[in-house]
Design a binder for this molecule. Structure first.
Ligand SMILES: Cc1cc2nc3c(=O)[nH]c(=O)nc-3n(C[C@H](O)[C@H](O)[C@H](O)COP(=O)(O)OP(=O)(O)OC[C@H]3O[C@@H](n4cnc5c(N)ncnc54)[C@H](O)[C@@H]3O)c2cc1C
Length: 325
């Protein structure tokens, strides 16, 4: 397989990324033991359709202390065994704490966990995801096995001053953006950052009050929501995140057309296709090439685009950062 850089040379505003992003300080065969210090629902009301918790864990005295940067993830090893008698594999959790930790000293890491709850596809019995429910059940004082950090590309560039940021999140995809935003705020918000947060219902907007407050406090930060399953005030129609891009085109298109802007996408797998289609519909050919390199055979036939065409026929350039799960 070729390792050559496929980014076309005419792509402008390519970010310089941190020279070295440290990973895997705590490995699955030697996890660290953290202690839960806080666990709270992080949706704005107790009427949310999903159960999502902000969980903070003390990692002081371990290799994870001061051991991550905003945008990375950590691993959690749930206790117990699978139905085949093997220990559970680790599950990745995006870090929602800033690089300096919830405490400012790099000792408190956090994440944003959604309980996986469903009917079992085959048996119709209640299906409860192993690790998400384990994490959400933890009480203050409980110990938890962690690995990581993991991830080296989904981070801020080495010099955030040189860029503006369009963050697009659905659900718990907001976790790394909370982390990055707190880092940018600590730097005095040296750039423009816009967060588009998508949720099915307004009751599911995570960290909503914080985002509203930060928008008021920091001139460079803009917060936009996209509610997909009901009509809310300030929203003329039901919307997915890509619809918000079009709806707020007057503000967002100049941002996308600028050479400084980087686009970060995090959340539900599949969300990227709708966003890429909207970019293809709304940007000029030259501007689109700054974000996507398209196979000429499909370039003008948006109806034929499918997720499996990413990243070969629909290839994000280095100005796009993608983490979907
Ligand atoms: C980089 C990265 C970052 C992530 N960050 C976060 C985060 O910040 N917050 C977060 O909440 N999650 C995050 N995740 C997802 C997380 O890692 C787990 O996948 C998720 O929490 C579910 O794990 P679980 O153990 O609870 O579920 P599992 O026990 O692993 O169950 C989920 C699996 O069960 C199967 N399944 C699902 N529904 C059904 C059903 N109805 N019937 C039968 N089988 C079913 C599917 O195969 C599915 O993959 C992230 C993932 C990645 C890769």
């Amino acid at each position: 397989m070729s390792t050559a850089d496929p980014t076309p040379p005419e792509v402008r505003g390519i970010p310089e990324m941190p020279a070295q992003v440290v990973q895997h300080l705590a490995k699955p065969n030697d996890p660290i033991v953290g202690k839960v210090i806080e666990t709270r629902i992080c949706s704005p009301s107790n009427k949310a359709a999903a159960f999502v918790r902000h969980i903070s864990i003390d990692v002081s005295g371990t290799v994870l202390e001061n051991g991550w940067i905003a945008g990375q993830s950590f691993g959690v090893i749930a206790p117990g065994v699978t139905d085949k008698g093997k220990g559970h594999k680790l599950r990745l959790c995006s870090i929602s704490a800033p690089t300096k930790g919830e405490d400012g000293n790099g000792s408190i890491i956090s994440t944003t966990t959604k309980r996986v709850l469903d009917e079992h596809w085959d048996t119709h019995e209640l299906f409860t995801g192993v690790c998400s429910n384990y994490l959400c059940d933890l009480k203050v004082g409980d110990e938890v096995l962690l690995t990581g950090p993991a991830g080296k590309r989904f981070v801020l560039p080495a010099d955030p001053y040189k860029h503006d940021f369009l963050f697009i999140a659905t659900g718990t995809g907001i976790a790394p953006f909370r982390s990055m935003l707190i880092d940018l705020i600590a730097l005095g918000m040296p750039c423009k950052a816009t967060l588009i947060m998508g949720a099915p219902y307004a009751t599911d907007l995570l960290y909503h009050e914080d985002m509203l407050a930060w928008e008021k406090q920091h001139a460079g930060f803009t917060y936009r929501t996209a509610i997909s399953r009901h009509l809310v005030e300030d929203q003329r129609r039901r919307m997915y995140v890509q619809d918000r891009l079009e709806e707020d085109a007057d503000d967002l298109m100049p941002m996308l057309n600028a050479d400084r802007t980087l686009v970060y996408i995090c959340g539900i797998a599949g969300m990227e296709l709708g966003i890429f289609k909207t970019l293809a519909r709304t940007l000029s050919t030259d501007q689109l090439a700054q974000y996507l390199t398209l196979d000429p055979a499909i370039a003008s036939d948006l109806d034929s685009w499918e997720r499996r065409m990413i990243p070969r026929a629909i290839k994000p350039t280095k100005r796009i950062f993608l983490e979907v799960y």
